[in-house]
Design a protein around this ligand. Structure first.
Ligand code: LMR
Length: 390
């Protein structure tokens, strides 16, 4: 039976973890997979997370099942952070916990496929390489629109809007909520407003992927685009990840919300989400979501989390500034936000940087800014600048 399967290449991003780990060179630089790193190149457990884990260890009395929607308190406590105080708790919002942002995206795609046979989703070029397999796996037809030109380091807004003008009512539009992966490029206020207007006018359904809230410009600021789209459109979906902003990567902590036209429609959509979830993962893993809930229930832990999140964001911003100042070819980094920048490297240049200089980055030329340090940034610039395709 398995002879019918064809060989598969290793996942392009996850392969970098192993390649970097097995590289014995002391000066190697890891700008690959999207995890936060401190000045020592470490990804420590946040103090707020450690404190919450202690509380859980002391107080958790049962490991019995919670149900397909997971930790309901976790979902409720995230709502004001994501949707704002006014919208939090609205009967037009239905949320469930999911295994990471990836689980949320897959659940969203399955819900769309069930609601609307033949459904189509628009994704920007470029986007996170896992988006297409997730959506295709659920049976959605994927259409693409231009988003970013790595050579000019600019959003191709006109071309993007032109393409989306041809979308059909009911089409889903994937929007990165903040800190675009892989480009770091963000729509400005006017562009965000124009996109929201277009989605509302043409009856498009935004699916917002919000995986880096707080790591771009701030918790409130990073929610701005999502809130604008939700306010403009009758129906929307929001896939959320706590993996990065709580540093909980391997715990796989996420959630999916649906915004329906009415409270009843929302309830039906949420009930369908639970049926789909039951058929895939049955119930999401508890520990990471419980940690987030314990933090969000306690003002002193919220303050500690905010301070740690601010520190991560400030470090990334400082490195962005430094990279931009180090060479005119990297100037775009200062205009962008979050962990990533997409640089115009050819695949050969990416390989050369890895093999000759021990510098690891995604195959499309994406770098994780958090992997730079005050110490290694100069070496990166010296090796990388001559290889840029401009
Ligand atoms: C990334 O883009 O590097 C992260 O989101 C990790 C992943 O799962 O790809």
């Amino acid at each position: 039976m398995f002879s019918g399967l064809s060989p598969q290449p290793a996942d392009g991003l996850l392969r970098l973890i192993v390649l970097h780990r097995d590289d014995p060179r002391p000066g190697k630089i890891d700008l690959g997979v999207g995890i936060y790193r401190d000045d020592d190149g470490a990804t420590p457990v946040l103090k707020a997370v450690k404190a919450a884990e202690h509380i859980l260890l002391e107080t958790q009395e049962s490991k019995s099942y919670l149900g397909a929607d997971g930790d309901v308190g976790f979902v409720q406590l995230l709502e004001p952070i994501i949707f704002g105080a006014e919208m939090a708790g609205s009967s037009r919002l239905g949320g469930v916990q999911t295994p990471g942002g990836t689980g949320a995206l897959r659940l969203a795609a399955e819900l769309v496929a069930q609601s609307r046979p033949g459904a189509r989703i628009w994704t920007g070029t470029p986007t996170w390489p896992n988006h297409a397999p997730i959506f295709a796996g659920a049976g959605l037809e994927i259409l693409t629109h231009p988003f970013f030109d790595a050579e000019t380091q600019r959003i191709e807004f006109g071309a993007m809007m032109n393409a989306l003008e041809s979308a059909e009512p009911g089409d889903v539009v994937l929007v990165h909520g903040s800190s675009h992966n892989p480009t770091g490029a963000e729509l400005d206020e006017g562009q965000a407003e124009a996109l929201a207007e277009l989605c509302a006018r043409r009856g498009l359904v935004p699916l917002i992927d919000l995986a880096y809230q707080g790591l771009g410009r701030g918790l409130e600021e990073d929610a701005g685009l999502a809130r604008r789209l939700l306010a403009a459109c009758d129906e929307a979906l929001l896939a959320y990840s706590c993996d990065k902003n709580f540093g909980l990567y391997r715990e796989r902590v996420g959630a999916l919300w649906v915004q329906g036209q009415t409270a009843d429609a929302t309830q039906i959509a949420r009930d369908n989400m639970l049926v789909v979830a039951r058929g895939i993962w049955s119930m999401p893993p508890d520990h990471g979501a419980a940690i987030v809930r314990v933090i969000l229930e306690r003002p002193e832990l919220v303050a500690l989390w905010h301070a740690e999140l601010d520190e991560m964001r400030d470090r990334i911003s400082r490195l962005r500034e430094k990279l931009a100042e180090s060479h005119p070819l990297f100037a775009g980094a200062a205009r962008q936000t979050g962990m990533f920048a997409l640089l115009p490297f050819s695949p050969e240049a990416v390989t050369e940087l890895r093999e000759m200089h021990g510098i690891y980055m995604a195959g499309n030329g994406r770098i994780n800014i958090a992997g730079l340090t005050e110490e290694n940034i100069e070496r990166f610039v010296e090796a990388a600048a001559p290889l840029l395709r401009v």
